[in-house]
Design a protein around this ligand. Structure first.
Ligand code: UD1
Length: 429
């Protein structure tokens, strides 16, 4: 199994190209099932999760082809991929596939809307809490679907087409908003989604669906209105830059010190996080071409953070921020409100010398003067990268095991960081 070896202590300087957003690419790929024409997605990041979803979509009959350079010549940090769901050959998404990636449950929306039926495995347990699917079921029922849960599968059916309706989400959910938006695009009549998720990835999916012929207004706000159409067609769409990758590297610079331009990053996608990074003492300068992050000399100021749905501070940056706070000059409190049990990085950060105590959903971090490198491992994507951030500032050598978590969501992480002067390498085997 691959590991990442880091020797901490170097400042970061230079530039890092920001990849297309994983969390935008996944729903966009799933949306290709809504039409029998080709959906071309540009700026798709090369990640294990994307490859896994390609396999899952293939099971339903979606063909794909990658434009441009061949795999082993991949120079650019992006690919253009064509997805064609000419015929849906299978409306079942089996446990073996869905259990590997929770987002693959989202195929339930397009399958139901286009084929009138879907049989999708429950995603099952997950390392970061129970993550139920009640909102998906509830919302699809409001659009007229009949739903049964049997032997670990959600069976969804509709006699004719789905029927537009008003649905108020009892809780904000990114995935359920994506799915209801996709399903309602092909429903008969108008759907109004209230208390919808407002993440930039929701607006990106709506832009793509509209390019495919959907009539969606208000995506990115609390209320989304979808006027259903009979059919959708092909389109070309470019995936937005990854705000979580952006925030992660910004925090790496705030931690290790230095001066880095995050190329292609868009500040409006992560204002809350950038504001917090500023409060820690780093300089954040939005440019036309990206965002420049600088931290020289001065130490790291402690800042309290509470995770919230967009536009609040994202849960997907909570672990990385905790990594940064381990070396702050004082005490900070980090409260997780989105997922239970999303503190697995705490004990691993402690192996590097961090002082963190947990009180319910709040972590209390007492900054230390220095961290010391150690072997560590993590059980999820964002937790793993928090260990990389801490390792960049720790004295000596840190090895991060179970790198496959990082490969799910960070494209060429070691290449991007070593390009800025970090001592970081992948050790195979
Ligand atoms: C997405 C992101 C993930 C991010 C999360 C929150 C993708 C591929 N993943 O995940 O990286 O951490 O948003 O920003 O985009 N919930 C229910 N019932 C449901 C659905 C969700 O109770 O039917 C709960 C969840 O358990 C969680 C909260 O709602 O506590 C938010 O989850 P949700 O926004 O749905 O997260 P995902 O879409 O799975």
């Amino acid at each position: 199994m691959d590991r990442i070896r880091i020797v901490g202590g170097n400042k970061l300087s230079g530039s890092i190209p920001i990849s297309g957003a994983k969390n935008a690419a996944l729903p966009l790929m799933i949306a290709s099932m809504l039409t029998d024409e080709t959906l071309t997605l540009e700026n798709v990041p090369h990640l294990a999760d994307v490859e896994q979803l390609i396999r899952i979509l293939g099971n339903h009959g979606v063909d794909y082809s990658v434009n441009g350079r061949r795999e082993n010549q991949l120079g650019p940090y992006a690919r253009t991929i064509n997805f064609t769901a000419k015929n849906i050959v299978n409306t079942t998404a089996p446990y073996e596939l869905v259990s590997k990636m929770r987002a693959s449950f989202w195929v339930i929306g397009p399958l139901l809307a286009r084929m009138g039926e879907a049989r999708v495995s429950l995603p099952g347990g997950c390392a970061i809490g129970t993550r139920p699917v009640d909102l998906f079921i509830d919302g699809l029922q409001q659009l007229g679907a009949g739903i049964d849960v049997e032997s670990g599968y959600v069976l969804a059916r509709t006699k004719d087409r789905l029927i537009g309706n008003r649905y108020v989400f009892p809780k904000v959910s990114v995935g359920a908003t994506h799915v209801l938006m996709m399903a309602a695009s092909l429903a008969r009549g108008e759907t109004v989604l209230e208390n919808a998720a407002r993440e930039p990835e929701i607006a990106d999916l709506a832009t793509c669906l509209n390019a495919m012929g959907a009539r969606i207004e208000g995506a990115g706000t609390r209320t989304i209105t979808i006027d259903g159409v009979d059919r959708l067609h092909g389109a070309v769409h470019s995936v937005i830059p990854d705000r979580i990758e952006t925030g992660t590297y910004a925090m790496a610079v705030a931690m290790a010190g230095g001066d880095v331009v995050l190329e292609g990053a868009r500040a409006e996608f992560l204002e809350a996080a950038l504001d917090v990074i500023r409060q820690t003492g780093a300089e954040v300068q939005p440019l036309n071409s990206g965002i420049r992050i600088t931290r020289n000399g001065a130490g790291i100021a402690p800042v309290d953070v509470v995770t919230e749905p967009f536009p609040g501070f994202p849960t997907d940056l909570q672990a990385q921020f905790m990594g940064l706070m381990t070396m702050a000059k004082g005490r900070s409190k980090i409260t997780e409100t989105i997922f239970e049990n999303r503190f697995m990085h705490v004990q691993e950060l402690a192996r590097l010398g961090a002082h963190i105590s947990l009180s319910g959903q709040t972590a209390i971090v007492d900054g230390v003067k220095k961290l010391k490198g150690a072997p560590v491992m993590a059980t999820d994507l964002r937790a793993s990268v928090s260990l990389v951030i801490a390792g960049l500032a720790a004295e000596g050598e840190t090895t991060v095991n179970r790198v496959y978590h990082l490969d799910r969501g960070f494209e060429r992480l070691e290449e991007k960081l070593s390009g800025c002067g970090a001592v970081i390498e992948r050790i195979s085997g």
